[in-house]
Every structure is written in structure tokens, then in C-alpha cells.
Write a protein that binds this ligand. Structure first.
Ligand SMILES: C[S@@+](CC[C@H](N)C(=O)[O-])C[C@H]1O[C@@H](n2cnc3c(N)ncnc32)[C@H](O)[C@@H]1O
Length: 333
């Protein structure tokens, strides 16, 4: 048995215009479903007073009716179940949650999102040279390996063995927009390959390196998985490996935000004249682009010209600290 409630009967022709106006006026009843027959649409409304009736009448003809609208099925969110909005990040089919209420949050996530198969909680910060984190298993299948999709590519990732975050997805697209087919790209800190493979798919010739053997293992696997051939993969220290490519790179990607400044000289040597370096760092919010001075100093040391092309916050990192990017062009005589 469905209760009758208030609605507007309007011609199919003016249905969409009136629906939008009702939403703008805050009069559309979202708890009920729109209904239609061959010639008319029935729009559920909360109330209609004289003033709103006059406004709606100026948009299209309508008849006020009582109608048996079906209830709108509402998707239950984790917030509905928990009473608060949990903070979490999803990579592939794994959700990473905070320690507070982890078990309750995991149950809410898994019951509202069937694609989540595993829930883990970090028990360490992102730490060490390889920028990895340790996790504890909270619910679902006990694993840290998953398959993540980004910009049409698939990445096998071990969240405990190598660094990966989906939060840089938009930034990776921005860089892809700057790279042309045939460009040589040196990705100094490639991880499991999210910059490298996207750029190689765009037609760039990519040289990707990482010191973490686990990251390199997944990078190789991901190149095969995505049928990417125009990539050379190297395991080792970027400060040495980059020197093999002196004056070769149209683009150098330096995504090691905590210590990128220590690698400026090899990056500058690898870039060709007019080559671009995409430099990521963590900076205090009151001095976001302090590393510009370091970049200029390193260029001066090597007698190179430098032109800063772009600087922006990529994401917030911690209270009062942000992950920023500085793109600069090198001018070599
Ligand atoms: C912040 S992660 C970035 C990974 C990848 N670019 C991404 O967006 O997911 C930094 C990477 O640099 C690697 N790394 C750290 N020191 C390195 C070094 N000296 N030479 C090469 N790779 C290094 C780490 O193993 C890690 O995979």
C-alpha cells in the first residue's frame, strides 16, 4: 500500500524544466520517485504555496494532484550506519581506515560497498627510504596486495611492500598533459609505475627507476599487465642511475617529496637544455615554495639557467603542511 502525496502533473515537454525549478526552489521531494505516463510526468513536491505556484506557472502549465509516488530507494552510506563520516582511502579492493573504531568502520564499509574485500589500518607512518607503511589486518581477506585501476591502466600494488597513493591521480594527468609522444621522460622515483606507465602509454620513451626491489618487481609486472613496451626499468639509486642519461630527458619527474632536494644535481644533469623538471616536496603552509631558492642555488652551482614555470599545492599533507609541485625549465648553454 503506497500513500498518496502531493505532486505536479506536467506535460512531458515541460517536465524537465519544472523539475529543475522545483529543485532550485527546494520544493522537490527527493524521498519519492518521479512517475510518468504517455503524455505526462508526475513530480513529487513537498508543498506549493501561491507564490511558488505563480513562479512555476510562468515556466509551464501544471496541475496540482495527489499521487501514489513510490518511495525513492536510498543507498545506505557508512555514515548512516556509524553516525559519523569515517575517514578512509580505497586502493583496488582494499580500504585503509584509521585505528579509531577500525572494526566498526570496517563492518560499515564492507556492508555498504561490496567491492571492498579487505580492510587494513596503518600501524606506522609512511617511513624510511622506500616510503612504506606497515598495516594490521582489520577485516575481510588478510592481504595487502590488490589491483588498482587509474586512468584506464591497471596497477598491481602491495601496499606494505611499496609506496602507492591514489591521491596523486589528478596530478599525474596534469603531467601527462605536458608530455608529447616521443619525449624522453626520466622518472627518478617511479614506485610501482603510476607516472611512468601513464606517460609511456601516451607515447613517451620512459626511463623508470626505483631503489626498492619490491617496487621494481611490481613496476615490471605492471608494464607487462598494461602492454607498455616503451619503458626501460632500472633498480638502484637514482643519484647514480640518472647520470647515465646526461642531457637526455625532456622531462624529469622527482616524486620523492621528503628528500627531493638531495637529488637536484643529478636531475639537472639528466635534463636536456629546455628540459622540464617536475619537483615535489613537502612544505609549511606559510612558506609553500621555499624550495625554489634551493632549486636556484643548485642551478647556479652548475652554471645553469632556471625558469620556474608552475607551482601549486598538490594535496594537503599534515596540519599546516602541504605536498607541493614546482615545475621548472633548465637552460643549458
Ligand atoms: C613517494 S614514492 C613515489 C612513487 C611513485 N612515483 C608514485 O607516485 O607512486 C618515492 C619512491 O622513491 C623510491 N626511492 C627512495 N629513494 C630512492 C633513491 N635514492 N633512488 C631511487 N628510488 C628511490 C622509493 O622506494 C619510493 O618508491
Amino acid at each position: 500500500m503506497v500513500d498518496e502525496s502531493l505532486g505536479l502533473k506536467v506535460s512531458r515537454k515541460s517536465g524537465e524544466k519544472i523539475r529543475r525549478t522545483l529543485i532550485e526552489m527546494g520544493l522537490f521531494d527527493r524521498s519519492r520517485k518521479i512517475c510518468s505516463d504517455e503524455s505526462h510526468v508526475y513530480l513529487p513536491v513537498l508543498e506549493i504555496d501561491e507564490k511558488s505556484a505563480a513562479k512555476l506557472g510562468s515556466i509551464g502549465q501544471f496541475e496540482l494532484v495527489h499521487f501514489s509516488f513510490l518511495p525513492e530507494e536510498r543507498i545506505i552510506s557508512p555514515e548512516d550506519l556509524l553516525g559519523f563520516r569515517p575517514s578512509f582511502e580505497v586502493v583496488g579492493d582494499i580500504a585503509m581506515v584509521e585505528e579509531r573504531d577500525a572494526e566498526r568502520v570496517a563492518a560499515a564499509l564492507m556492508s555498504t560497498n561490496k567491492s571492498i574485500k579487505t580492510v587494513i589500518a596503518p600501524i606506522s607512518d609512511v617511513e624510511g627510504e622506500f616510503r612504506t607503511r606497515r598495516f594490521r589486518h582489520v577485516a575481510g581477506e588478510a592481504r595487502t596486495v590488490t589491483l588498482h585501476k587509474e586512468h584506464g591502466l591497471r596497477y598491481r600494488v602491495d601496499l606494505e611492500g611499496a609506496y602507492f597513493t591514489p591521491r596523486l591521480g589528478t596530478e599525474r594527468l596534469r603531467i601527462a598533459g605536458l608530455v608529447s609522444p616521443g619525449d624522453v621522460v626520466l622518472d627518478m622515483f617511479a614506485g610501482v609505475g603510476p607516472f611512468s606507465l601513464l606517460l609511456a602509454k601516451k607515447g613517451a620513451k620512459v626511463i623508470a627507476m626505483d631503489k626498492n626491489p619490491v617496487a621494481v618487481k611490481y613496476l615490471r609486472e605492471n608494464a607487462l599487465l598494461n602492454k607498455v613496451n616503451s619503458i626501460e626499468i632500472l633498480e638502484g639509486d637514482a643519484s647514480e642511475l640518472a647520470l647515465r642519461y646526461e642531457n637526455r630527458a625532456d622531462h624529469v619527474i622527482m616524486n620523492l617529496p621528503h628528500s627531493a632536494c638531495e637529488f637536484l644535481i643529478p636531475a639537472m644533469r639528466a635534463a636536456k637544455s629546455e628540459g622540464m623538471v617536475h619537483y615535489y616536496c613537502i612544505a609549511p603552509d606559510d612558506d609553500l615554495y621555499k624550495d625554489v631558492a634551493l632549486i636556484k642555488k643548485a642551478a647556479e652551482e652548475k652554471d645553469l639557467g632556471v625558469e620556474v614555470l608552475y607551482k601549486e599545492i598538490v594535496r594537503s599533507y599534515a596540519p599546516h603542511r602541504s605536498n607541493v609541485v614546482i615545475d621548472f625549465r633548465l637552460l643549458k648553454s
